[in-house]
Design a protein around this ligand. Sequence first.
Ligand SMILES: [Zn+2]
Ligand SMILES: [Zn+2]
Length: 193
Amino acid sequence: MTDIAFACACGTLKGVLHEVSPTSVCHLMCYCKDCRAFARHMGHAEALEPGGGSPIVQVLPARIEITEGAAQIACLRLSPKGLHRWYAACCKTPLANTPGSARIPVAGMWRPLFDRTDAFGPVVAYGFTKAALPGGPRKDRGLSRMLGGLLKRSLAAYLNGTARQSPFFDATGAPVVAPQVISKEARKAAYAD
Ligand SMILES: [Zn+2]
Ligand SMILES: [Zn+2]
């Protein structure tokens, strides 16, 4: 287990991800259109992998500590029911996606936030590959492992009382900033593969 520093592209928002090991996180590549649209809308499409994959590290939110620039945290949804997609407002670097409720203790962190990625181990899961662009993988893999890890981490977090801790939700479970829903025009541009 090790702690790893992360920062937004401009360095205003900084943090530490605690207790990292290849089994305490799930290192995955998501090829869904939503993750890709979000990266594109934020102006960070250059960080996508071949085939339009979003490099994500799924973690327990309680392990994320924002040490500087927490006031930059902002949130966007790609549809009124979409995931909460958190980003640093200073330079629009994606931070993480989460469900709309703090009751489900998972955050998919944007891997380019990290300089060092070796502690995550290799990518073990590929999701939504049907939506991959040319050059991406054709077959999903590792998803049962991903779900298994998610369940295991969630259970452990509920048992040790850390399930509701998150830099993105307050003690009452409300988002720390009000999520904005993307405009129709911006949405159209963001989804243009
Ligand atoms: Zn920034
Ligand atoms: Zn996705």
